[in-house]
Design a binder for this molecule. Structure first.
Ligand SMILES: Cc1cc2nc3c(=O)[nH]c(=O)nc-3n(C[C@H](O)[C@H](O)[C@H](O)COP(=O)(O)OP(=O)(O)OC[C@H]3O[C@@H](n4cnc5c(N)ncnc54)[C@H](O)[C@@H]3O)c2cc1C
Length: 176
């Protein structure tokens, strides 16, 4: 049995786990993150980052890199809801709704959310897929480990985790 003693153990390498690990690393707190998948999860892959996220990440020097790489939210407009993007059948390529989902637009007649968001925070959100953010995490991650149970012991928690059978890894994650 392998014994791992760390002040902090983060279970799960989704958005919450990864950002926890990033912030812990930033504060110099030793920790390990265990994730049951062979790499960060395939789904869901969040991409919209709101302005509260921007405020938090800016405190840790992460946001500026994201904002310079991501698609500004004001480009998140003119959404089209359609039955499909391709095909020539009777139900294909039918647009049944268009909308300004985020309404982030300075131009008159294009919604006012952009100004509202600007009034509420010095930061605007951005749009950058999680897969491009994962490479920012400098923490120690143990992939293919599933936490099966845990128990409380005096002043510590005992977590048991098992190694999952090796699954095929996807291609190497792109770096920012
Ligand atoms: C299609 C879709 C689009 C979305 N788009 C956005 C968006 O644009 N912006 C946004 O902010 N949010 C978006 N969301 C929501 C966002 O993805 C979730 O809120 C977010 O993923 C939740 O993060 P989490 O870390 O709590 O959980 P998860 O992302 O589910 O991560 C949990 C992780 O824990 C691991 N795990 C679970 N149990 C164990 C165990 N016992 N041992 C080890 N590991 C374990 C899992 O494998 C998983 O990787 C979207 C969601 C979906 C489905």
């Amino acid at each position: 049995m392998v014994e791992v003693r760390v002040p902090v153990l983060v279970v799960g390498g989704g958005g919450c786990g990864l950002i926890s690990s990033t912030l812990l690393s930033n504060m110099g707190i030793e920790h390990v993150l265990v994730e049951s998948h062979p790499e960060t999860s395939l789904l869901p892959k969040a991409h919209v980052l709101n302005q509260r996220t921007a405020e938090i990440l800016s405190q840790y020097g992460v946001w500026e890199k994201i904002a310079s790489t991501g698609c500004p939210l004001k480009e998140g407009r003119n959404f089209r809801y359609a039955t499909s993007f391709a095909g020539d059948g009777p139900l294909d390529r039918i647009t049944f709704r268009t909308s300004l989902v985020f309404g982030f637009d300075d131009e008159p007649g294009h919604g006012h959310d952009y100004h509202v968001y600007g009034r509420d925070s010095a930061y605007r959100g951005s749009n950058l897929p999680l897969i491009r953010l994962e490479s920012l995490n400098p923490g120690k991650i143990l992939f293919n480990q599933i936490v099966t149970t845990f128990e409380e012991k005096e002043n510590m928690y005992l977590l048991l985790f098992a190694t999952k059978p090796q699954a095929k890894k996807r291609s190497i994650l792109p770096t920012m």
